[in-house]
Write a protein that binds this ligand. Sequence first.
Ligand code: ATP
Ligand code: MG
Ligand code: MG
Ligand code: MG
Length: 562
Amino acid sequence: MRYSQMLLPTTRETPAEAEVISHQLLVRGGFIRKLTSGMYTYLPLGVLALQRVANIVREEMNRAGAQEILMPMVQPGDLWMESGRWKKYGPELLRFRDRHDRDYCLGPTHEEVVTDIARRELHSYRQLPVNLYQIQTKFRDEIRPRFGLMRGREFMMKDAYSFDSDDSGANLSYETMRQAYVRIFQRCGLEFRAVEADSGTIGGSFSHEFMVLAEAGEDTLVICDACLYAANVEKAAIAPRQPVAQSVALMEMTRVATPGMKQVDTVADFLSVNATDIIKTMIYQADGVLVAALVRGDRKVQTVKLKNLLGAGEIESLTDEQVWQQARLPLGYVGPVGLPLKIIADQEVMAMINAVAGANEKGYHYTGVNPGRDFQPAVVGDLRQVAADDSCPLCAGRLRLTEGIEVGHIFKLGTSYSEVMKASFQDSDGLDKPFIMGCYGIGVSRVVAAAIEQNHDDRGIVFPVPLAPFQVIILNLGPKEDDYCQAAERLYTELRDGGLDVLYDDRDERPGSKFNDADLIGIPFRLTVGKTFAKEGKVELKIRKTGETRILTMEAMVSEVT
Ligand code: ATP
Ligand code: MG
Ligand code: MG
Ligand code: MG
């Protein structure tokens, strides 16, 4: 591609609302432009970056035996009423009516549609297993769309759904996907961890989140550097067998009194405690206490409450009943005077706390909790310090806390959709049985942002080679000199013949702005036809990531790069 012909509007302006670096660089580098809140147009460079991720995902899904389909983005409300999610899903589901007054929604995910396909097209155990996937636009009316591509309202997802005839088959389908995901994120060149995302049900975990390690992540992980152990602090803490929760508690408080606290008894009361703008719900178990912490949109103010397990859509698959079940894990409670409560938060947060504390049993939930007043702090420590002191349950290595960006999530669904939607097949014994399902998502557009969060410097993006929109950029510093142009053209042709994706900066621009743009958009290899070309007929190769440069003849350069 010739730069002079490409719509590649780099800019120095950073939109005021762009809080995270990937958002800033995607705008400055001319990858995306905002249409409206949470919705972006991908300019040519943005499309190329998106396609890099999508291609890796597609290749690995196909390799794992999944089949690509394409389902409509608009979905009939009827199907959602059938599954029961029309009521449960909440305001993230954008609903509307057509001219005949029929209900529709924009698909935030496709379990209903794919289950409908399965019940119509799959009839016998002989047709199973089947794994169907698509790479397509999703819409979620996120309460606080932000961070550019990281949390859009419209975004690109790969979603896959497996159908099996028995449990062992379903487990195998799950494991196949888990391995495919590991390959996908390895091939993307990202540092990531797969973390167990459920509470460690007997027989192993059947929900994993794939987390790209980066500061801007909204999830907190505890990881071991010596081995691959990783757990999501919020999820790990639910499981009684996970040793991590105890170690990250910052403050231990013993309830001393209840003035000012209002006791609430029903789930409805519990969940209606005021909380707006919540981006993250964390549940912690610590020494027999279940605590939910909600992190507010500005992130700096964390409020410990137990509202909104459902409302923020963070754990959207939970029913009220499941909330209670979780709350009833044999973890104890906050309640009777004298029992310790541990809340994970830093001191600043504790100062602002307006907590709802409680768990486990009706009658043990309190709003308006004031920790200093109602609970006496007994232990105050540094969150990171405490975690670092703990050792890995697998290898006894040191643990550390880090932030992660959820780029993928796999889940064994079982028969929850197939049963309510009467999606069944005939088994070898002639009996009708519901499909055993799994679902597997990757935020394709979020991966682009996560890659930038993890790979950038003060000059711009540093794309991992597999995700770079172009592998090579050629800078012609003498666009008006014939010999410069001939050399650059020749490089351009030969490198493309060698199978590389090349951006040729043929613009009549000053060298400084060519260098700046090349660094900003993050192309891994930069070839400069400049001063050394005039002097010695040689070209400079610069590696974006390391800054390493080499001066080579044209011939040597072509064989070096291709
Ligand atoms: P989050 O916790 O970030 O809200 P989620 O758990 O709601 O994500 P899933 O339902 O697991 O998301 O969807 C699968 C994948 O889709 C996620 O792992 C993530 O990579 C991506 N994704 C979800 N919501 C968004 C969004 N608003 N913008 C971009 N990607 C998203
Ligand atoms: Mg999530
Ligand atoms: Mg979500
Ligand atoms: Mg998820």
